[in-house]
Design a binder for this molecule. Structure first.
Ligand SMILES: [Zn+2]
Length: 76
């Protein structure tokens, strides 16, 4: 969102002048492109894919089965 310091207000990108300056005072506005881009990507990357959880569940089941076999074999 473009921010004009002298006017202390935000402007919609289409409302800016053609050269990207403030339509009210003519000063160059600060655009938040860096912050906006940084806020978009993490959500996609943090979420684990389904096959990751499939591997986790398979590993837990396998380890649990091995423990059962170990205990049963040790007693028997
Ligand atoms: Zn301004």
């Amino acid at each position: 969102m473009p921010w004009c310091g002298p006017c202390q207000r935000y402007f919609a990108p289409p409302a800016l002048n053609a050269d990207g300056t403030c339509p009210a005072c003519g000063e160059p506005v600060e655009t938040g492109d860096v912050a906006e881009q940084a806020g978009e990507t993490p959500e996609e990357d943090v979420r684990a894919p389904w096959h990751f959880w499939a591997v986790v569940v398979a590993t837990v089941v396998y380890v649990a089965w091995r423990i059962v076999q170990l205990v049963a074999g040790g007693i028997g």
